[in-house]
Design a protein around this ligand. Structure first.
Ligand SMILES: NCCCC[C@H](NC(=O)[C@@H](N)CCCCN)C(=O)O
Length: 471
């Protein structure tokens, strides 16, 4: 009798974790690109005339096509139908195209003697042509990075189900956070290398994106081998082939109450994080009177804190569970941080003020570990794996709507709460209190949804409070 081997590459921890590192590196470089301009808002205003409103609209353009052309919706279907290798490579190519356009838009090559420049300058003149074209590039890049995000999530589920799934997701996010921390350091550094210039750091990050493409390409070789091992194994075990994705599965998703609660929690929570990240450097400059470099370095402790804690909390979730409880605590902490920046009477140059600011940023880092570490591994508990790609894509789609809307809201709130005459009277220092109150309110609503989710889990037993590793 032939002996059937149940071993696939997934059973080798070295190969499993190598696969994770390869896809995580793609996300590392992608996240660097996302925030390359975040620490340079002040320089953008001085050099390119991008007001907070222009900057806010540019920042939110990352999500525009995902939300309004439903790109993410199609990305989920493409992922479920075409698989990880095709979707992952496609997403990298889309990111590179978008990044190239953004680089061109802010460079000196795109200037007044250019027909496209003149065309973009012929309408909505308060929005500079460079910002318009950069927004188009960023919107295309946004399609790529979100498509890559759902592909990577599905990849992790593929390799780690029944194993250290939350730890793996936590580690992947930790590597992405490291990208954000690194870019908050190197972006002002490259910008100020010689004559201050916003183009240099963007060019560097474009090059790094190419490395991300290569690491994903290497991963596809492993993925192909794993698929062939899986199909040989199912033939040997005489298993029925898995049912593929059907359009009717989307209906199942959208009528799944607990899945929708999770998606709403996700949009509210992340609205208080990523849009805040776009304004954080400027907020710290204005609230504490710090230089761009100091504000940016202070803020970089947020992704660093999240980077250290997310895998640890992922490990905790694998071993002990308590996912829904983690979502509730994380939401409370985001509220605490934003309220601190909204109402604490910060004084320029005061060491207590600096201590409070550092503490609030660390609290935010802890929050940003608790929620992502628990949220993403909870999705496979709520839906069938045949439409997991679509399940991730629809959560991302709803979340992207919030990520698109909030930078615009905050830009408008900042402009309205700082009319020109008040700004002049305040020596150009922006009042950030109303904007921070908007962010804080998201934390409260997310917390309420977390409590609801926990109650539903208790009633129906989805296993959100259960450990992932089955011993
Ligand atoms: N495998 C990890 C899944 C998601 C991680 C999550 N990312 C997102 O939610 C993205 N849709 C938005 C990224 C926005 C960056 N501009 C995360 O916590 O990073």
């Amino acid at each position: 009798m032939n002996k059937i081997s149940h071993e696939t590459m997934r059973e080798s921890s070295v190969l499993r974790w190598s696969a994770l590192i390869l896809v995580a590196l793609t996300m590392f470089f992608a996240y660097m690109f996302v925030d390359v301009l975040s620490p340079l808002q002040t320089l953008l205003e001085q050099q390119k005339g991008w007001t907070p409103e222009v900057y806010g609209t540019f920042a939110s353009s990352e999500y525009f096509l995902n939300v309004f052309v439903f790109f993410l919706f199609f990305a989920g279907i493409i992922l479920d139908k075409m698989g990880i290798r095709f979707t992952g490579l496609l997403s990298c190519i889309i990111m590179l195209i978008g990044a190239g356009i953004k680089l061109y838009a802010i460079s000196d090559w795109f200037g007044a003697d250019n027909a496209l420049y003149d065309l973009l300058n012929s309408f909505a003149v308060s929005f500079p042509p460079a910002a318009k074209l950069a927004s188009v590039g960023f919107a295309i890049f946004g399609c790529g990075i979100e498509m890559a995000g759902i592909t990577v999530s599905k990849t992790i589920v593929k390799w780690f189900t029944g194993k250290e799934m939350a730890l793996a997701m936590g580690l992947e996010m930790a590597i992405a956070r490291l990208g954000v921390a690194v870019v908050f350091w190197i972006s002002p550094y490259f910008a100020n290398l010689g004559t201050p210039d916003v183009v240099r750091p963007v060019a560097v990050c474009c090059l790094l994106l190419c490395i991300g493409f290569l690491t994903f390409f290497v991963y596809t070789l492993m993925d192909k081998k794993l698929d062939s091992q899986d199909s040989t194994l199912s033939k040997e075990l005489d298993e029925e082939p898995e049912e593929g994705f059907k359009m009717s599965d989307l209906g199942k998703l959208l009528t799944n109450k607990v899945y929708i609660i999770t998606a709403l929690l996700c949009v509210l929570y992340y609205a208080a994080i990523f849009p805040f990240q776009k304004f954080a450097t400027s907020m710290l400059e204005n609230r504490l009177g710090l230089s761009t470099t100091d504000a940016s370095q202070l803020f970089s402790w947020f992704p660093i804190g999240a980077m250290i804690l997310t895998p640890l909390l992922g490990w905790f979730l694998d071993k002990k569970g308590k996912g829904a409880t983690m979502l509730i605590f994380g939401s409370i902490l985001v509220f605490v941080c934003h309220m601190t920046f909204a109402i604490y009477p910060f004084v320029e140059g005061d060491s207590n003020s600096l201590l409070v600011a550092y503490s609030a940023i660390i609290v935010l880092g802890v929050s940003f570990s608790l929620v992502p570490a628990a949220l993403w591994p909870s999705i496979p508990h709520l839906v069938d794996k045949t439409y997991l790609g679509s399940a991730y894509s629809i959560v991302f789609l709803i979340q992207n709507f919030g990520l698109w809307l909030f930078p615009i809201i905050i830009g408008v709130v900042l402009d309205k709460s700082n009319p020109a005459e008040v700004l002049i009277a305040n020596n150009g220092v922006y009042n950030y209190t109303p904007a921070m109150l908007v962010f804080a309110s998201c934390g409260i609503f997310a917390c309420i949804l977390g409590l609801w989710l926990k109650a539903e889990d208790k009633k129906h037993g989805y296993g959100l409070e259960e450990p992932n590793v089955k011993s």
